[in-house]
Design a protein around this ligand. Structure first.
Ligand code: BES
Ligand code: MN
Ligand code: ZN
Length: 491
């Protein structure tokens, strides 16, 4: 990440930079931020919604842009994150930009100066992201430095937020890079290598299971999906322990779906349905990336991360609709649709996680098109067996600017996944509750541990630029997981 972000006090305010001034929807500015010409705002009918900007003045090397932050009463960290993203876009011609933070540190409910500086930093760095590994005419960006301008007394606290924001944004960019990389150059073995390199550098414990180990560990679901591919599967296991951790230190398990390409298998997807299916390892990418950030910020709990990795392809050796496999926990599963493969690889990884008796298991998966139909491309589905864990995730998501919406796991729908010949089948009732039948299947593998399932099929990938998101992988859930684990109760 080439862009430098720093917190500066009023004494060191840089001259000659594009100055971004946060502006409320009514044209006023927060305390400590210079007022702007209200007439101009009303003449241009600028609504100042978060993530938008408006050029206010340009004169002799100086530019001032309004950065919308919405209504004062509804000010959130994500409005500031979006404003950070809007600044780097408005100042892309560089080389320097300033975000005039003023007294905003005290204006967001339940947020400190550090939290606010963190959000602005995240927005700026995430907004500056681009994936240009395959662009032959790529030039380095012109904007090289963003200064967050605060009162002198708040500078050190803001600097701490900038540091955290950089860690989180860099991790999110790692997840985006992994998702954006074409599936042809990121088979399971390569994903595992890249994850190991990043994890080792962060000081995490790393294990990569090869095919022989996966067979020895009886991961029947992972093997059933991998059967159609010439690329061997992998399972990555990452471990974080805070200093002085004991057996009493709570353990959180993160499990991410790692289908490096989902063609649907023999239940082949139509061509348009597989155009973006390199994104089907977004859950695994989020687990790897969030654990890297967790190690860097130093969370108070132990964390274990599992990423089962395989392609889902059709071939002469592929699993056929109607085949039955035995999962790690001994349960048998009839595979009636090979395109419902995510739940199969997750079943084994959830069993492995549950065997460690964690205080919480959180799985993330681009699992169902049904969840996208229900909640669209900005909201993730949240299912599980533990109200408290669900509430913690929603609260962490609110701070991170990521929305998780609860969906039920009705006992009544258990019959949707009953098989006539095995313990369960991998699809639900035709045309009904597709996100829920996937969740109900996963639930059979968590051995009653506190568990939440995040269906990120919608928000993991975007086909257009949106505020601080860029077209492609979004790194969704990385920020929430870092927040969740950092604030996880230790007693
Ligand atoms: N990876 C897909 C789900 C998906 C769809 C992710 C769109 C991102 C965007 C998953 O493996 C899948 O194919 N699910 C099927 C399940 C069905 C066959 C029961 C689906 O949702 O159609
Ligand atoms: Mn599929
Ligand atoms: Zn899939």
């Amino acid at each position: 990440m080439g862009l430098e972000v720093v917190a500066v006090g009023t004494e060191d305010a840089p001259a000659g930079a594009v100055a971004g001034v946060p502006v409320y929807a009514d044209g006023t500015t927060p305390a400590g931020v210079p007022a702007i010409d209200q007439g101009f705002v009303s003449r241009t009918e600028y609504k100042a919604s978060p993530g938008t900007s408006l050029l206010l003045e340009r004169s002799a090397g100086r530019e001032v842009v309004a950065l919308g932050i919405g209504k004062p009463a509804a000010l959130t960290l994500d409005a500031l994150r979006r404003a950070g993203g809007a600044l780097v876009r408005a100042a892309a011609h560089g080389p320097h930009a300033t975000f005039v933070l003023g007294e905003l540190g005290g204006l967001v409910p339940d947020a400190s100066v550090s939290d606010v500086a963190q959000a602005v930093t995240e927005g700026a760095l995430l907004g500056a992201y681009s994936f240009d590994a395959y662009k032959s005419d790529h030039r380095p960006p012109t904007l090289t430095r963003v200064a967050i301008l605060v009162g002198d007394a708040a500078r050190d606290e803001a600097a701490e937020g900038v540091r955290r924001g950089r860690i989180v944004a860099e991790a999110t960019s790692l997840a985006r890079d992994l998702v954006n990389e074409p599936a042809g150059s990121l088979p399971p073995s390569r994903f595992a290598e890249r994850a190991s390199v990043a994890a080792r550098a962060a000081g995490l414990g790393v294990e990569v299971w090869d095919e022989a180990r996966i067979v020895a560990e009886r991961l029947g679901g992972l093997l059933a999906v991998a059967a159609g591919s010439t690329q061997p599967p992998r399972l990555v296991r990452l471990r974080y322990e805070p200093e002085g951790a004991t057996a009493e230190t709570p353990l959180v398990a993160l499990v991410g779906k790692g289908i490096t390409f989902d063609s649907g298998g023999l239940s082949l997807k139509p061509p348009t349905g597989m155009m973006t299916m390199k994104c089907d390892m977004s859950g695994a990418a989020a687990v790897v990336a969030s654990m890297v950030a967790i190690a860097q910020v130093g969370a108070p709990v132990r964390v274990v991360g599992y990423a089962p990795l395989t392609e889902n392809l059709p071939s002469g050796s592929a699993t056929k609709p109607g085949d039955v496999f035995t999962a790690r926990n001994g349960k048998t599963v009839e595979v009636l649709n090979t395109d419902a493969e995510g739940r199969l690889i997750l079943s084994d990884a959830l069993s492995l996680a549950a065997e460690e008796a964690p205080a919480a298991i959180v799985d993330l998966a681009t699992l169902t098109g049904a969840c996208v139909v229900a909640l669209g491309d900005s909201i993730a589905g949240l299912m599980g067996n533990d109200e408290q864990l669900a509430a913690q995730i929603r609260a962490a998501g609110a701070r991170a600017g990521e929305v998780f919406w609860p969906l039920p796991l009705p006992e009544e729908y258990e019959e949707h996944i009953e098989s006539s010949i095995a313990d369960m089948k991998n699809i639900g009732a035709t045309g009904q509750a597709g996100a829920l039948s996937a969740g109900l299947l996963l639930q059979k593998f968590v051995a009653g541990r506190p568990w939440a399932h995040l269906d990120i099929a919608g928000p993991a990938f975007t086909d257009k630029d949106r505020h601080y998101l860029r077209k492609g992988g979004t790194g969704f859930a990385v920020r929430t997981l870092v927040e969740l684990v950092s604030s996880f109760p230790t007693a």
